[in-house]
Design a protein around this ligand. Structure first.
Ligand code: ASP
Length: 327
């Protein structure tokens, strides 16, 4: 055989061997545990949603999906870690709308929000709750607004860092009542709620995932929810819009991502596993218990990609007009 022909034949044989035995065969994926990065501290709403989702996906994929908390800088540190990870499907990111807002809040990010992640699918939607520490004087949102306006920067408002959903909620709240309060940043909703319950901060706005049960148990005061309609779990808590903040609305959407360059068949397998998990009756029951809606119908790469891009564009002018940047 001619030498070139021999080399080509060997290359073909090697390619065929790799295709059948190589580690990247999508039908074998996953062959080892998967890390699901949550860019916030343990015990918060994103962490809670991720743990329920990861547990269900583990069963479906036949491999452990392990939640890893990489907190800080409003979710941008965890995101950067996933962007830098090997694009093989073994490192994923479960993040919320803060991924889209950070694209404008941070003028210097170590990644390109629209370009550096492969979308897997939408995970869930959840309302936020505007809350006060136990025993705070005002009893209604109207009273709270008057109280906060009278005290201004003496009022402390906790959040999970610039770029977190709670930061966004606090920023919109302060804009709406035209009063600057004192923002206290944490690394996640877990520590924010701890300090709100302990009375170290006056106010916070957190996803209902972790806040609704605490409002129900009267461990914090709930003034309003941020979705269009009231929550089943909190029938007596008005929507912000009803209670006087006209048009005030935030629904926190979550998505699952992998680093850019993750093979399409692996993304498809993860996306199918996610959609199956989000239809699982046990998961749905647990999500219902934390006022969180599973978005199985939108658990596709296309919908998440469209949502992320549209949300980056939607928030950019709002954040720029607020003039509050993180860096
Ligand atoms: N609730 C937080 C936020 O404001 C993050 C978290 O811990 O889930 O985005």
């Amino acid at each position: 055989m001619h030498r070139n022909t021999l080399t080509a034949a060997l290359a073909l044989a090697l390619a065929a061997l790799l295709a059948t035995t190589g580690p990247a065969r999508a039908q074998d994926f996953p062959t080892k545990p998967i890390s699901m990065v949550v860019p916030f501290a343990p015990g918060g709403p994103t962490d809670t949603v991720a743990r329920v989702t990861a547990e269900t996906m583990s069963r479906i994929l036949g491999q452990q999906v392990i939640v890893e908390n990489v907190a800080g800088a409003g979710g941008t540190i965890g995101t950067a870690k996933v962007v830098r990870a090997k694009p093989d499907g073994y490192t994923l990111l479960l993040h919320h709308m803060g991924l889209a807002t950070a694209a404008t809040l941070y003028r210097k990010l170590p990644y390109d929000t629209k370009g550096d992640l492969s979308a897997i699918g939408m995970v869930s939607d959840v309302s936020m709750t505007i809350m006060g520490k136990p025993g705070l004087e005002p009893n209604t949102l109207g009273e709270l607004i008057a109280w906060a306006k009278a005290r201004g920067d003496k009022v402390t408002f906790g959040n999970s860092g610039m770029g977190a959903a709670s930061h966004l909620c606090g920023m919109l709240f302060q804009q709406a009542i035209q009063t600057q309060l004192t923002t206290v940043p944490y690394k996640g909703g877990g520590p924010v709620i701890q300090d709100l319950m302990g009375g170290q901060i006056d106010l916070a706005c957190e996803q209902a995932t972790t806040s609704a049960p605490l409002v129900q148990a009267k461990r914090v005061k709930g003034y309003a929810v941020t979705t269009k309609t009231r929550l089943h779990a909190l029938p007596d808590v008005p929507t912000a819009n009803e209670a006087g903040l006209r048009g005030f609305e935030i629904s926190v959407w979550h998505g699952l991502y992998a680093p850019k360059g993750t093979p399409a068949p692996v993304i498809r397998k993860l996306s199918e596993a996610l959609a199956t998990a989000l239809r699982d009756p046990a998961l749905l029951q647990r999500f219902a218990g934390i006022s969180t809606d599973a978005t199985a119908d939108r658990a596709t790469p296309e919908v998440l990609r469209r949502t992320l891009n549209a949300e980056v564009d939607r928030w950019a002018p709002i954040i720029k007009s607020a003039g509050q940047f993180a860096d």
